[in-house]
Design a protein around this ligand. Structure first.
Ligand code: FES
Ligand code: FES
Length: 79
């Protein structure tokens, strides 16, 4: 398994909207973090879909090493 690029060693706070789908960048190469911009093409990575149930602020993983994709689980503290 290839190592993802660490986009940043901290989560991205995003205000999501109920009913909307988001595609989290798993590879860490996107220029539109924390979301996929297609830069993973040609790698073994693919984005992770997240569907917002509520309108609220959430924390997407920026380090790409979370065990709870696509959300930050605190793993960035160990990098
Ligand atoms: Fe990273 Fe698509 S750009 S998963
Ligand atoms: Fe990746 Fe927190 S930013 S686990």
């Amino acid at each position: 398994m290839a190592e993802p690029n660490v986009a940043q060693k901290a989560p991205y706070k995003v205000d999501v909207v109920a009913g909307k789908a988001y595609f989290w960048c798993a590879c860490g190469q996107s220029k539109n973090q924390p979301f996929c911009d297609g830069s993973h093409k040609g790698t073994e990575f693919s984005p992770v879909k997240y569907e917002a149930m509520d309108t609220k602020s959430v924390f997407f993983c920026g380090c790409k090493h979370t065990a709870g994709r696509p959300m930050c689980d605190g793993s960035h503290k160990k990098l």
